[in-house]
Write a protein that binds this ligand. Structure first.
Ligand code: NAD
Length: 478
C-alpha cells in the first residue's frame, strides 16, 4: 500500500484544503505507487508561512546549544532509520542502494555537524578605541527561510538547507520536489520527535508554480534558498529579489574534466566514468565533457567506452552499477539529446538507447569527435551522456572548459603540477579538483558555482552555509 503523507504545518500533519493529492512511482517499476502527497496551493503555502512567522521569534531567542541538541538528536534518529530512509529514497528517486545509503548518511552527518555548530554561533570580539568599552558583533537569524529543492538529492540538499537555517535560529518552510518528497517528510518526523517546537519547520508539497512561487513572493519570507535548474532559479531570483529578500541559488552545470597528455589514461578513464555515470548522470556536478589532449585521445576514448560498456543498469534496490532515470520525461530528454548529438555529427561510440524493459533505464553513452559548440557539449543533459572533445594542449583545453554558460565543478587529470596549479587559477568554476572526479564534496567546505550555476553571493555547506541564514549586529557596550 502506498504511504499517505501529509503536509507538516505548525506542528500538525494536515492535508491540502482542496483534499487533492498526487502520487510518486518507482522509476524502476512505474506500476508501483510509492506514496501520495497533498496537492497544495498558494493558500496552503501561506498558512505554512504564517506558522513559521509565529514560531520564529521564540526559536530565534532559544539558546544556540538547545537548538543544537535538537539537531543532534535528529541526526541520531535518522541514523536509527538509515535503512528505511535508504529504501524509500531508492523507491522514489531510483538511485542504487549504495548511492542512496551514502546520501542518507550525508544527511545524518549534516545534522550532526550543524548540531555542534549551533553552540558556536557567536560573533567576534573587537578592540574598541574607547576606554572601558566592549565592542563585539553577534550573528542574528533572519526570521523565516523559504527552501525550494530538487529531486536529484532528495534528502542531502534539503538537509543542507534545513540544518543551518534552524541552527542559526530561523523558522523555515520547505517545498520538496514532487518526484521524491518522502525523505523530507521522514526528516520532519525525526525533527518533531527530537523536540522541534511547532511551526519551526513546515513542509508543503505541490506544484512549483503554486507552492514554490508563493514561497518566493511572500512578503514575510526573509530569505529564499533554491536549488534546481537555471531556468527556474532565474525566475525565483526575479520574484524573490523584487521585495528585497536575500536569495541563494544553486543551479545547473556542464562540468568538464581535462585529461592531459601527462595523465595515466586508465586512471583518467576511471575518474571521468565515475563522474559521468554515477547517479545515472543526474548530478549538478556530473562530468559531461572530457576534454582530452590529442596525444592520448584515442587511448582515452577506448578506455572510457570500455568502462561505459561494463556498466549494468538495474533496479536501485538490487544495488546495480547504475539505477534508472527518475522519470519518463528525464529518460526521453536523455534519449533526445543522444539523437541531437548524432545529428550534429558527433560519433556515438556506445550506448544512448532506452533499455527494452520496464522502468526508465538507459545505456550510458559516450560520444567522440565532439566540437565544443555542439549542443551536447553546451547544454546540461542531466543523464549519463559523455562528450569527449579533442584539444591540442592546455590553452585550448582551458578555452573549451570555460566556454560554456555554467561554472559549477571542473577537474583536471594531470601529472604536471604547474598545469594543475594554472587550472586551479584559471578554471571558471566554484569547485576545482585535481586528479579527482567532478562530483562529491565534503560537507564542511563551501559549495557553489559561478556564472549561470549559482547566484555567487552566498555558498552552501560548512560555515558559509550559516552565513546565508544570519545577519551580523555590531554592539557597543560602554
Ligand atoms: P527544477 O528547477 O525543475 O525544480 C527545482 C524545484 O523548484 C522543485 O521543487 C520545483 O517544484 C520548484 N519549482 C518549479 N517551478 C517553480 C517556480 N515557478 N517557482 C518556484 N519554485 C519552482 O529542478 P529539478 O528538475 O528538480 O532538478 C534538477 C536541476 O537541479 C538540474 O538543473 C541540476 O543541475 C540542478 N541541481 C543543482 C544543484 C547545485 O547545487 N548546483 C544540485 C542539485 C541539482
Amino acid at each position: 500500500m502506498p504511504t499517505e503523507y501529509s503536509n507538516y504545518v505548525g506542528g500538525e500533519w494536515t492535508d491540502a484544503r482542496s483534499g487533492e493529492t498526487f502520487e510518486t512511482r518507482d522509476p524502476a517499476n512505474p506500476d508501483e505507487v510509492v506514496a501520495t502527497y497533498p496537492q497544495s496551493d498558494a493558500a496552503d503555502t501561506e498558512t505554512a508561512i504564517e506558522a513559521a512567522v509565529a514560531a520564529s521569534a521564540e526559536w530565534g531567542s532559544t539558546p544556540g546549544p538547545e537548538r543544537g541538541r535538537i539537531l543532534s538528536r535528529t541526526s541520531a534518529l535518522l541514523a536509527e532509520r538509515k535503512d528505511e530512509l535508504t529504501d524509500l529514497l531508492v523507491r522514489e528517486e531510483g538511485k542504487t542502494r549504495s548511492e542512496a545509503g551514502g546520501e542518507v548518511q550525508r544527511a545524518i552527518d549534516i545534522f550532526d555537524y550543524y548540531g555542534a555548530k549551533a553552540s558556536d554561533l557567536g560573533g567576534t570580539v573587537k578592540s574598541s578605541s574607547a576606554r572601558n568599552t566592549n565592542l563585539y558583533t553577534e550573528n542574528e537569524p533572519l526570521g523565516v527561510a523559504g527552501l525550494i529543492t530538487p529531486w536529484n538529492y532528495p534528502i542531502a540538499i534539503p538537509a543542507w538547507k534545513i540544518a543551518p537555517a534552524l541552527a542559526a535560529g530561523n523558522a523555515a518552510v520547505i517545498k520538496p520536489a514532487s518526484l521524491a518528497p518522502g525523505v523530507v517528510h521522514e526528516m520532519a518526523t525525526a525533527l518533531e520527535e527530537a523536540g522541534l517546537p511547532d511551526g519551526v519547520l513546515n513542509v508543503v508539497t505541490g506544484p512549483g508554480s503554486e507552492v514554490g512561487d508563493t514561497i518566493a513572493s511572500h512578503p514575510e519570507v526573509d530569505a529564499v534558498s533554491f536549488t534546481g535548474s537555471t531556468a527556474v532559479g532565474n525566475t525565483v531570483y526575479d520574484t524573490a529579489t523584487d521585495d528585497g529578500k536575500r536569495v541563494q541559488l544553486e543551479m545547473g552545470g556542464k562540468n568538464p574534466t581535462v585529461v592531459s597528455d601527462s595523465a595515466d589514461v586508465e586512471e583518467a578513464a576511471d575518474i571521468v566514468a565515475s563522474g559521468a555515470f554515477g547517479v545515472t548522470g543526474q548530478a549538478c556536478t556530473a562530468c559531461s565533457r572530457a576534454i582530452v589532449y590529442e596525444d592520448v585521445y584515442d587511448e582515452f576514448v577506448d578506455a572510457v567506452v570500455e568502462r561505459a560498456e561494463a556498466i549494468e543498469p538495474g533496479p536501485g534496490l538490487d544495488d546495480p552499477d547504475m539505477g534508472p532515470h527518475v522519470s519518463e520525461s528525464e529518460l526521453e530528454s536523455t534519449v533526445d539529446y543522444v539523437g541531437i548529438g548524432e545529428d550534429e555529427g558527433a560519433t556515438l561510440e556506445t550506448g544512448g538507447a532506452a533499455l527494452d524493459r520496464e522502468g526508465y533505464f538507459v545505456e550510458p553513452a559516450v560520444f567522440s569527435d565532439v566540437e565544443p559548440d555542439y549542443r551536447i557539449a553546451q547544454e546540461e543533459i542531466f543523464g549519463p551522456v559523455l562528450s569527449v572533445i579533442p584539444v591540442g594542449g592546455y590553452e585550448e583545453a582551458l578555452d573549451v572548459a570555460n566556454g560554456v554558460e555554467y561554472g559549477l565543478s571542473a577537474s583536471i587529470v594531470t601529472d604536471d603540477h604547474t598545469e594543475a596549479n594554472r587550472f586551479v587559477d584559471e578554471a571558471e568554476a566554484g569547485v576545482v579538483k585535481i586528479n579527482e572526479k567532478t562530483t562529491g564534496l565534503e560537507l564542511h567546505v563551501p559549495f557553489g558555482g559561478v556564472k549561470a550555476s549559482s547566484s555567487e553571493t552566498y555558498r552552501e555547506q560548512g560555515d558559509a552555509g550559516l552565513d546565508f541564514y544570519t545577519i551580523s549586529k555590531t554592539v557597543y557596550d560602554s
